[in-house]
Design a protein around this ligand. Structure first.
Ligand code: XMP
Length: 512
């Protein structure tokens, strides 16, 4: 395995992801508990992450001496390079300008990291983000690549198997970065690269058992992939100590609530409390038109219903959540200052404190596509695992204005036709999210010899990698007209269909 020492970079988890992609198990340990993790794990190699800190600051983090004394290979990235140099006898200084963003490095010499990739004299794109820089190498190191802003863009000490880069190889903007990392873990550390999701599953099962002991766990299912994968994994670990609660707010898409219930009860035989709270949610939403008011009402009511169910089953010691890594980053402000709330996201935050529960979050280090791979590994059906993300407040935020049962039903029918056509055209997996929005606007139409005066429906489909930015999907020529015709013909209450071409930013993916 590989130990990743985390100095607090925003992208440390990406290092772990790249190591997993190279087929090697890794763990991340914060720098101040890295010595314990090192003793426990007995890794075959160490990676030192970047950091918002400067090695020149007093009290800035350092690498535990045991790691240097161990004789194991080390790879330092950005701050990781600087801290290595500082501790091993080189010099780091504040640069006059720093390098931020894309840069090109010149390869000056051969290096095992470049195996099968880069050769002397070539120039390659990398991604830099640093103010300080190394100005003198520690004894034993030689420079192997240079960039305009760093004479030591890549350095190597082959005798000790120490390597370090000023740039970030873990981000996609360094196109060959994943391969450089794979060269380190395989060629330098000698790891096979045969680790798989099956082993992740086993490791997490052990971890969950250790954390939970004989405690009771309650898990809220949202109907989405993340909470379902978390619940199935936890059930495999602790069986009947887990109770799943599905608060069904009646704002799901057509058929999706039933799919969750039959997956858990039928396919897995996992005990599930299915609370049908449609009336409660819809009556509370009556007259509410402000998007934030809808979101807040749904979030609060969800917690109340969940708490009541938790009390009924006699409480729990732990709350399980399908939190993913991007949820963790999104909740941290990049600037360190207060960030503006664009939308109050619905989750069960606040519950653990109110109910005095600890959290079990087995997916915390994974990215969406990795959760899907784990879901497949756990035997979840493809149709479930591949589902597009669906927001916690459900259809309520896809009906601008007032939400009613009638409007939800109209939207569900139209949305189902749209998705059926997308699946039939083989486009579902090419799209990040596709859905319909029912507008509270009526327009005039003509059907047969009759005048109609019905709602407008907007169709939306976007591509995205993480939901943070998005671009409208371009359907092939006859697709949208065909869907529009079907919807107007088959769904009573809609007589006009439009398509939303807005990117995010400036738009958001959901309409509210
Ligand atoms: P926006 O609309 O902010 O959405 O561009 C970005 C992504 O987040 C999803 N979304 C939510 N997910 N609870 C969730 O779990 C929410 O309250 C929520 N609101 C938006 C949205 O579907 C998209 O994938």
């Amino acid at each position: 395995s590989i130990l990743i020492v985390d100095f607090g970079s925003q992208v440390t988890q990406l290092i772990a992801r790249r190591v997993r992609e190279a087929g090697v198990y890794s763990e991340i340990a914060p720098f101040n508990s890295a010595a314990e993790a090192f003793a426990r794990m007995r890794p075959k190699g160490i990676i030192l992450s970047g950091s918002p800190a400067s090695v020149l600051d007093e009290g800035s983090p350092r690498v535990p001496q045991e790691i240097f004394d161990s004789g194991l290979p080390i790879l330092g990235i950005c701050y990781g390079q600087q801290v290595m140099m500082e501790q091993l006898g080189g010099t780091v200084q504040q640069g006059d300008s720093g390098e931020f963003g894309l840069a090109f490095i010149e390869i000056q010499d051969g290096c095992v990291l470049f195996d099968g990739l880069w050769a002397e004299g070539e120039s390659h794109q990398v991604w830099m983000s640093h103010g300080d820089k190394v100005t003198a190498l520690a004894p034993g190191f030689r420079p192997v690549a240079v960039s305009p802003g760093s004479p030591f863009a890549v350095v190597a000490d082959d005798a000790r198997r120490y390597y370090a880069t000023q740039f970030h190889m873990e981000v996609v903007h360094t196109p060959d970065g994943a391969k450089l990392l794979a060269n380190f873990v395989r060629h330098v550390c000698g790891l096979q690269g045969d680790w798989t999701m099956a082993e992740f599953r086993q490791a997490k099962i052990r971890e969950i058992r250790e954390q939970v002991g004989s405690g009771r766990v309650i898990c809220g299912l949202s109907g989405g992939v993340d909470s379902a994968v978390a619940a199935v994994l936890i059930h495999e670990a602790i069986g009947e100590q887990l109770t799943c609660v599905f608060v069904d707010h009646g704002l799901m898409r057509a058929g999706e609530a039933d799919q969750v219930v039959s997956l858990f009860r039928g396919h897995y035989n996992i005990p599930l409390v299915h609370v049908n709270a449609e009336t409660l949610f819809l009556s509370g939403l009556a007259g509410v038109t402000d998007p934030e008011a809808k979101r807040k009402f749904i979030g609060k009511t969800f917690i109340e219903v969940f708490e009541e169910e938790a009390r009924k089953i006699g409480g729990a010691d732990f709350l399980a959540q399908g939190t993913l890594y991007p949820d963790v980053i999104e909740s941290v402000s990049f600037t360190g200052g207060p960030s503006v709330t664009i939308k109050s996201h619905h989750n069960v935050g606040g519950l653990p404190e109110r109910m005095n529960m600890k959290l079990v979050e087995p997916l915390r280090e994974l990215f969406k596509d990795e959760v899907r791979a784990l879901g497949r590994e756990l035997g979840l059906p493809d149709i479930f695992v591949g589902r597009h993300p669906f927001p916690g407040p459900g259809l309520a935020i896809r009906i601008p204005g007032e939400v009613s049962k009638e409007r939800c039903d109209i939207l569900r029918k139209a949305d189902a036709i749209y998705l059926e056509e997308i699946r039939n055209a083989g486009l579902y997996d090419a799209i990040w999210q596709a859905f319909a929005v029912l507008l509270p606007v009526r327009t005039v139409g003509v059907m047969g010899d009759y005048r109609t005066y019905d709602y407008v429906l907007a169709l939306r489909a976007v591509t995205s990698t993480d939901g943070m930015t998005a671009v409208a999907f371009q359907f092939p020529g006859d697709f949208l007209p065909r869907v529009a015709t079907r919807i107007v013909n088959e769904v009573r209450g809609i007589n006009r269909v439009t398509y939303d071409f807005t990117s995010k930013p400036p738009g958001t993916i959901e309409w509210e």
